[in-house]
Design a protein around this ligand. Structure first.
Ligand SMILES: NC(=O)c1ccc[n+]([C@@H]2O[C@H](COP(=O)([O-])OP(=O)(O)OC[C@H]3O[C@@H](n4cnc5c(N)ncnc54)[C@H](OP(=O)(O)O)[C@@H]3O)[C@@H](O)[C@H]2O)c1
Ligand code: SF4
Ligand code: SF4
Length: 371
């Protein structure tokens, strides 16, 4: 497993385990399978685990704590994230942290993040004196390093990124989205100041692994046996300021494959980068909705399964197979989950980090896929 010197006292695997997309059974985390995946990852060199307060309705932190408890504390690093949108007063900061430490069954966190910052959430943080909180928890030894994850525009990123001496930051970066949100400018702002950049959604939540055959052919002309996941991870690794790549693996096969990739991962060369440019253009011409399946918009009060509708719609176009999309829409979605049940109440709108106009796009799905 390729490792990186993140901090003078921290060497971590370049691949981090994102604990947001564990396999599920009847709506709950599949405990047995997830434990197998975590154990495989740890025993093959993955030593960083990333979770957050809301993942799997709070169960991700709890399960991860049960797993980490069995390991020597100095053999792994762990990060979780403060649900800043729930903070109503200064004391809430430390109350949440204490609750998270208890769930993770650790005395301290290696890394703590303000979760999914945007303009509004940053204002909440400032209003409640977040800098005092940072100094307090570091002084008490509850947290070693402090950073933030982010979903908003470039301007807000510049403001937040330069307003504190951050120890690291987490950004959404992949070869399709490199201009969105904080963009590559956000990456450069931090990399220039030697602030380690962590990457989330390197596979665009899995979207970059289901490419149409004509697109895959572009990759196979160069490396006949390399998967689309390998190309996507290698593209991220080409950015030298990236010190951790988080992938939310949801099957044991994915864990095995990704570990194999990261055992000998190399940045892309100039010719390979040109191939990525071609592939990017081809994909951009096909994706209909830039949904990353982060689930932040869920649950919809009217029971519409927003990300599933978008995934089926995107797949239909990426694979140039509308008939298959119609079949999936009409057979694999529960009746109440279908886009046609959207009543345009707009409750989901502000929750989407990608700023998608969800009701309008759901109508587009209905128009194209509903019989
Ligand atoms: N702070 C934030 O705001 C925030 C937001 C998003 C993510 N994150 C963190 O960042 C982590 C990484 O983001 P992400 O989960 O979106 O990463 P990602 O690697 O882009 O997406 C993970 C998904 O990709 C697919 N996948 C992974 N490896 C694969 C392989 N070898 N072959 C085929 N498909 C593969 C799986 O999709 P299928 O399940 O469809 O097979 C998996 O669920 C998260 O788990 C979370 O810890 C943080
Ligand atoms: S606008 Fe539609 S999808 Fe969004 S919350 Fe309302 S009913 Fe659900
Ligand atoms: S519509 Fe937006 S919030 Fe909902 S899953 Fe997709 S990207 Fe996430």
């Amino acid at each position: 497993m390729k490792t990186v010197q993140m901090k003078p006292d921290v060497t971590n695997s370049l691949l981090g385990f994102g604990c947001m997309r564990f396999p599920t059974k009847s709506g709950k985390i599949d405990y047995e399978q997830t434990m197998k995946m975590l154990e495989y990852a740890y025993s093959h060199g993955v030593n960083h685990f990333d979770t957050a307060y809301p993942y799997h309705d709070g169960e991700s932190e709890t399960l991860l704590g049960t797993f980490l408890k069995k390991l020597p504390r100095d053999s792994f690093t762990v990060s979780t994230k403060l649900p800043i949108w729930k903070v109503k007063k200064y004391e809430d900061f430390e109350n949440f942290l204490d609750e998270q430490l208890a769930k993770l069954q650790v005395d301290y966190l290696d890394f703590y993040l303000l979760h999914a910052l945007n303009k509004e959430r940053w204002e909440i943080a400032l209003k409640h004196n977040v800098f005092k909180f940072f100094e307090t928890i570091k002084a008490k030894g509850k947290v070693k390093y402090i950073g933030f994850s982010y979903h908003d525009d470039k301007e807000t990123y510049q403001k937040i990124g330069t307003s504190y001496d951050w120890d690291f930051c987490l950004q959404q970066i992949n070869y399709i989205d490199y201009k969105k949100q904080q963009g590559i400018e956000g990456y450069e702002l931090m990399a220039k100041r030697n602030i380690p950049v962590w990457v989330m959604e390197p596979l665009k939540g899995g979207n970059l692994t289901t490419l149409a055959p004509d697109i895959m052919n572009e990759f196979q002309k160069v490396h006949p046996n390399d998967s689309s996941a390998k190309w996507a991870f290698r593209w991220v690794h080409t950015l030298p300021g990236v010190k951790l790549i988080l992938s939310g693996m949801s099957t044991l096969e994915q864990v095995v494959e990704n570990i194999k990739i990261f055992e000998a991962i190399e940045p892309l060369n100039k010719e390979e980068l040109t191939t990525i440019d071609n592939v990017r253009n081809m994909i951009n011409n096909r994706i209909k909705v830039a949904c990353t399946a982060c689930n932040y918009c869920m649950p919809c009060p009217n029971k519409v399964n927003i990300p599933r509708n978008f995934k089926i719609y995107n797949d239909a176009y990426m694979f140039n197979n509308l008939a298959s999309g119609k079949y999936s829409y009409n057979n694999f979605l529960q009746e109440e989950e279908k886009s046609l049940n959207c009543i345009e109440c707009q409750e989901c709108l502000l929750k989407c980090p990608q700023k998608l106009n969800i009701p309008v796009l759901l109508q587009e799905v209905t128009d194209n896929l509903s019989i």
